[in-house]
Design a protein around this ligand. Structure first.
Ligand SMILES: Nc1ncnc2c1ncn2[C@@H]1O[C@H](COP(=O)(O)OP(=O)(O)O)[C@@H](O)[C@H]1O
Ligand SMILES: [Mg+2]
Length: 571
């Protein structure tokens, strides 16, 4: 008997829907794209329960006739392309003709639309079934209400995250698409709460101001550079300004928000010589590119593209940023010497070590406390480990009878601090200090949500934040191992990065970040005593070969390898 059978359409449809609609955010994305393709000038999004209960997208665009409103739910039904050739020059956001079919197959959906005629139509569906079609009073544009997303796909339902976290994704998406369409008004509400409402504006700069506030604008530079038929324009960090995480890097190709390696690589490469090593650029960059030179039909969610000539795109980004930075006079002079000598800090090594206070193994006042109470006696299996010296101001070279160790000083210190911080955290609330002057921050909607979702966690980790009116928040207290200037940057970085459901994971992320930011850097010369202390602390740990980020801490060269290499028979 044949083992292979064609799937019934209901099942194949659900499988296909699962590719396009992964979570509430993907449904919002498809619906908002449809509104933009219909030339809406105002789009309102309302959610309930993070979009799991209700997603309503309302626009004032061109709408649909009764006939089209029914056809729109068929799979592969679209008004945006007609023939194969059209795929080579897609100027609309949608083109696959799958979104309405997919969303409606996994939800209870009501569509109300009018194309400006005498009547409007209302179509109700539940999963694959058409429940009803009726005429209603005309109103401009289209409203789609999606209730109970995945009600018939329990497996998918299980993978949805908390309301806050789904909402944050929607807020982030809307913010990014709103930047591509400043001439369209956008608003987002969750239950009774309005998260934002941005009227139409004339420029990207004004939209960025609405979405992020003045502080962002002040640390950006304008980018605008053309090469051949392509143009890259928008805004990126004005060096030395930057951000501790990559959460604010947005790329658009012909106004479509995309995730793209080529664009990202160009950005990273361009900023590498411009920013301190621990900083990333913020970017809102728009590539206008000939439609025939970019394939947008790469991914069911249309979030990736493929360029015919990625090298040319890479170069365009690189040059565009370089030129903008040159124009700003923001290019840093080349620094010779130590790899990390340009890390911006003009403090002397001793001062830096001083500045790292609590829980730092280099802090003599604390050393006794921590090695006495929190840790067992040193028990290295390496026997007598001796520090021979420092190599390239980055590595500590140590040796025992068993072999040689080349230890990455930053990764090792990070590992040691991370373990200590975990101990501290277990025992008490994180020691904190008050900011000397209130550290004001303008937060984007998704950052506000991240703050709200993680407030308790941040408090426990020493970060106390208060509302200061509108989107402005004040960092009032922060972990006492940080300094004023870095506290704000690190906190903003954490807001962008602390995601996901598991509390333990988010907690670890914070501790790992604190450890990373407070550890000695590569390029710092270390005194013998400090190296000895660090090595000793490192080898006390039960696991010492990987840092909290999973990078190797040390390289081990076995005695046998040395002897073999030097042709000396071992005894
Ligand atoms: N908000 C809207 N306003 C006007 N027309 C719409 C709207 N949403 C969907 N449509 C129509 O329904 C069609 C199918 O939509 P969709 O399934 O998203 O496919 P696609 O956007 O890829 O064409 C669209 O091509 C468009 O003609
Ligand atoms: Mg669409």
């Amino acid at each position: 008997m044949a083992k292979i059978a064609l799937l019934p359409p209901e099942i194949s449809q659900k499988i296909a829907a699962g590719e396009v609609i992964e979570r509430p955010f993907s449904a919002v994305k498809e619906l908002v794209e449809n509104s933009l393709d219909a030339d809406a000038s105002s789009i309102r999004v309302d959610l309930q329960s993070g979009g799991k209960g209700l997603i309503r997208v309302q626009d004032d665009g061109g709408g649909m006739s009764r006939e089209d409103a029914l056809l729109a739910f068929e799979r592969h039904s679209t008004s945006k392309i007609r023939q194969e050739d059209d795929l080579d020059h897609i100027a609309t956001l949608g083109f696959r003709g799958e979104a309405l079919a997919s969303i409606s197959s996994v939800s209870r959906l009501v569509l109300r639309t009018s194309d400006g005629g005498q009547k409007a139509v209302e179509v109700s569906r539940e999963g694959e079934r058409l429940l009803g079609v009726k005429d209603i009073a005309p109103a401009r544009g289209t409203t789609v209400e999606v209730r109970d997303l995945f009600f018939n796909l329990p497996a998918r339902l299980k993978f949805l995250k908390s309301d806050q976290s789904e909402l944050a994704q929607v807020a982030k998406f809307l913010t990014s698409i709103a930047c591509a369409f400043p001439g369209v008004a956008f608003s987002l509400s969750h239950g009774a709460r309005e998260l934002f409402s941005w009227p139409r504006v004339g420029t990207l700069r004004e939209r960025l101001y609405q979405a992020y506030g003045k502080a962002l604008i002040d640390r950006l530079m304008e980018v605008d550079h053309s090469e051949g038929p392509s143009r890259l324009h928008g805004f990126a960090s004005r060096p030395p300004a930057g951000r501790a995480d990559r959460s604010q890097q947005f790329f658009y190709v012909n106004r479509r928000p995309v995730k793209d390696r080529t664009l990202l690589a160009g950005l990273n490469q361009a900023f590498r010589p411009l920013l301190e090593k621990n900083l990333c650029a913020e970017a809102f960059l728009f590539l206008a590119h000939p439609l025939g030179e970019v394939d947008v039909n790469v991914h069911p969610a249309k979030s990736e593209v493929r360029f015919r000539d990625p090298q040319a795109v890479f170069r365009l980004v690189l040059r565009a940023v370089e030129r903008a930075a040159l124009g700003e006079g923001a290019v840093k002079p080349v620094v010779f010497g130590r790899p990390d000598a340009a890390d911006g800090s003009s403090m002397k090594v001793e001062e830096r070590a001083e500045a790292r206070l609590f829980g730092d193994p280099f802090d003599p006042a604390r050393t006794a406390e921590w090695s006495k109470d929190a840790f067992p006696k040193p028990a290295t299996q390496e026997g007598d480990l001796r520090v021979l010296g420092q190599y390239l101001d980055m590595y500590i070279v140590a040796a025992s009878e068993e072999g040689l160790f080349v230890i990455d000083q930053h990764n090792a210190h990070e590992k040691v601090l991370y373990e200590k911080y975990k101990e501290i955290k277990k025992e008490r609330a994180w020691p904190r200090k008050m900011a000397l002057i209130p550290l004001l921050m303008d937060l984007a909607p998704s950052e506000v949500l991240s703050l709200e979702a993680n407030r308790a966690l941040f408090e426990e980790s020493g970060f106390r934040v208060e509302e200061a009116g509108g989107r402005t928040y004040a960092l009032k207290e922060y972990p006492d191992i940080l300094k004023d200037e870095e506290a704000k940057r690190i906190f903003l970085g954490l807001l962008g990065e602390v995601k996901g459901e598991k509390l333990g994971g988010r907690e670890d992320k914070i501790l790992a970040t604190l450890a990373c930011k407070t550890a000695v850097k590569a390029g710092e010369p270390l005194a013998q005593a400090k190296m000895e202390y660090l090595v000793q602390e490192l080898f006390k740990l039960p696991q010492h070969s990987l840092c909290p980020h999973g990078r190797p801490v040390l390289l081990r060269i076995e005695r046998g390898q040395v002897e073999h290499g030097l042709r000396r028979p071992s005894n």
